[in-house]
Design a protein around this ligand. Structure first.
Ligand code: NAD
Length: 358
């Protein structure tokens, strides 16, 4: 799905999930367009999806699915057209297969056709943790505005994948107390704090779920959303905060690592009770920011250090947060509405400036 090209080539992740469908992919493509405009990077929005549970297939099967899918979308992707990236259920290896399939068909190596690649084939330093780092920066911007010390904050993170896993670790490393994390099978809770780095290591070594991790109590994903914590980071799927549970969300700050974790009804309830929601198109934009850096590096064949990447990411995230917070104050609207106003406004401005031709 390609939503808009007014500001540049389309950009967005490719999702492998058993319940993904064309409407979900449409919505995700649109959010990408607003997100790229909001943080000021020169892309439109796109998204792709394959309805499959990747956990049920071998690596060789996933390679065949990926190459077949890449072959089908080959005519509409490319460094100047549409640059895919990983999303739920896909990873750097998926991107390497797409890059290779595209390159073999072109007859030469085109690293800039996808981002989120392994370093060995043109990936960027810092891309793996970029979305999570951005979640942390935007959470800290929100805390700073509210005059809250991160070291006094407890955190629950839903989703222990690429975004949630490292968000938990970075927040822990920065001094927050991460008390709960979860994955598709359920959650793990310890009121004294967890050790996300150890859990991530265990996952890398083959642990199938965080449920049952030593020194933790099992909780459900539903219970996690309602935990009495300062910061809630939904970092799994859409629609997990909704009209039936939003009034029981106890967190003062909700920082949306996932795309669309709060339904419009849920959002209205959170807003009415004064919960500060850092919206998805702002909070999780660190991934596409560093994807942009990766694309720039690939096009120039000139590589940046990890510190350079992280410093520029921090600048982009803090500037975007400030712009959103300032507009929200000026207009008396939520951060979500302000972020949307800036994103949609910039796409509309580009469209109007270009005019309509032919
Ligand atoms: P991932 O596949 O790496 O991880 C997803 C996590 O969610 C896993 O821990 C999985 O077990 C869990 N999960 C899946 N279904 C669930 C369910 N029904 N209930 C609870 N947990 C469930 O995916 P990811 O890349 O970390 O993406 C997570 C979210 O962040 C998505 O909304 C995605 O669109 C968004 N996002 C990702 C990136 C990125 O760079 N990867 C960037 C921006 C936004």
């Amino acid at each position: 799905m390609q939503h808009n090209f007014s500001r540049g080539p389309a950009k967005g992740g490719i999702r492998y999930h058993p319940s993904t469908d064309i409407d979900e992919v449409r919505a995700l493509a649109m959010w990408m367009a607003w997100k790229c405009a909001l943080i000021g990077i020169p892309y439109g929005g796109a998204k792709g999806g394959v309805t499959i549970d990747p956990r049920l297939y071998s690596r060789a099967e996933l390679e065949r699915v990926t190459r077949r899918y890449a072959s089908e979308i080959l005519p509409i992707i490319g460094p100047e057209r549409d640059i895919p990236a990983p999303d739920v259920g896909t990873d750097d290896q998926t991107m390497a297969w797409i890059m290779d399939t595209y390159s073999v068909n072109m007859g030469y190596t085109v690293t800039s056709v996808v981002t989120g690649k392994p370093l060995s084939v043109g990936g960027s330093q810092g891309r793996g943790g970029a979305t999570s780092r951005g979640v942390m920066y935007s959470a800290f911007s929100a805390l700073k505005e509210a005059g809250v010390n991160p070291r006094e904050c407890s955190v629950a993170v839903q989703g222990f994948g690429k975004v949630g896993g490292l968000a938990a670790q970075y927040l822990h490393d920065a001094g927050c107390k991460v008390v709960a994390v979860s994955d598709v099978k359920g959650g793990a809770y310890n009121g004294h704090g967890l050790n996300p780095a150890g859990m991530l290591r265990a996952v890398r070594e083959g642990m199938e779920s965080v449920v049952g991790y030593p020194n933790t109590e099992a909780i459900s994903n539903e219970e996690l959303i309602e935990l009495d914590v300062d910061i809630l980071v939904p970092a799994a799927l859409e629609g997990v905060i909704h009209e039936s549970n939003a009034d029981r969300v106890a967190a003062r700050f909700v920082v949306e690592g996932a795309n669309g974790p709060t339904t419009p009804d849920g959002d209205a309830i959170l807003e009415a009770k004064g919960t500060l929601v850092v919206p998805d198109i702002l909070a999780n934009s660190g991934g596409v920011a560093v994807s942009y850096f990766e694309w720039v590096q690939d096009l120039q064949a000139y590589w940046w250090s990890e510190d350079e990447v992280n410093d520029r990411l921090k600048q982009i995230m803090e500037r975007a947060y400030d712009e959103v917070a300032t507009l929200a104050r000026e207009e008396g609207v939520s951060l979500r509405t302000a972020a949307q106003m800036i994103g949609v406004g910039r796409v509309a401005e580009a469209h109007r400036t270009r005019g309509l031709y032919p």
